[in-house]
Ligand binder design. Structure first.
Ligand code: ZN
Length: 186
């Protein structure tokens, strides 16, 4: 659950970061920005802002925004097993546009710049750190577990991928609920 006032404030703040990238958005795209709190009610620490630029049955392009020192919980995009053809799950390519962006992947522990959200050590298990500066890209083959985080400047990046099925994503933290509920009274 996220209070409406916090939701709106985070979306506004995210748009100011997007504006620093030079990426041009239409008024409709600005209005369509969303915040995702992953049901953790801890949005400023563990959450994400996003704008879907397009999403078809095969492709998707999103602009993702992390506010300063914000973290997206660890997850992976599993195979889709109920379709007519085999689908290994979402393949995703990241392109950093602004700020300090850190990805955490399987591999040797190289965590130096980032941090595991306090008290969440058991549900952030990946420690292989990849730092992305503006212009850097990162390929995430289908099924690759990952989590990501921004530094003090926040981060804006493109995520171009095969079809998005957010509702099927597997999160390490059993407390995650993918649907964001907004408390309109707060
Ligand atoms: Zn992902």
């Amino acid at each position: 659950m996220i209070p409406r006032s916090l939701y709106d404030r985070c979306c506004r703040e995210a748009l100011t970061l997007v504006d620093r990238t030079g990426v041009v958005l239409t008024d409709a795209e600005r209005a369509a920005i969303e915040a995702a709190d992953f049901g953790l009610s801890d949005h400023r620490r563990q959450g994400l802002q996003l704008i879907t630029l397009f999403a078809t049955d095969r492709l998707s392009m999103r602009l993702l925004v992390l506010l300063p020192n914000q973290t997206e919980p660890e997850h992976r995009h599993p195979p889709i097993t109920d379709g007519p053809t085999p689908n290994p799950g979402k393949e995703e390519h990241i392109r950093a546009l602004y700020g300090d962006l850190r990805f955490y992947l399987p591999g040797e522990d190289t965590l130096r710049e980032g941090f595991v959200p306090e008290g969440k050590e058991d549900v952030y298990t990946l420690r292989h750190e990849v730092i992305l500066r503006p212009g850097d890209q990162l390929a995430l083959p289908a099924g690759t577990p990952h989590w990501f985080q921004s530094g003090p400047a926040g981060a804006v990046f493109f995520s171009t991928s095969t079809t998005v099925h957010d509702g099927l994503d597997h999160f390490t933290d059993p407390a995650v609920v993918r649907e964001t509920v907004i408390d309109e009274t707060a």
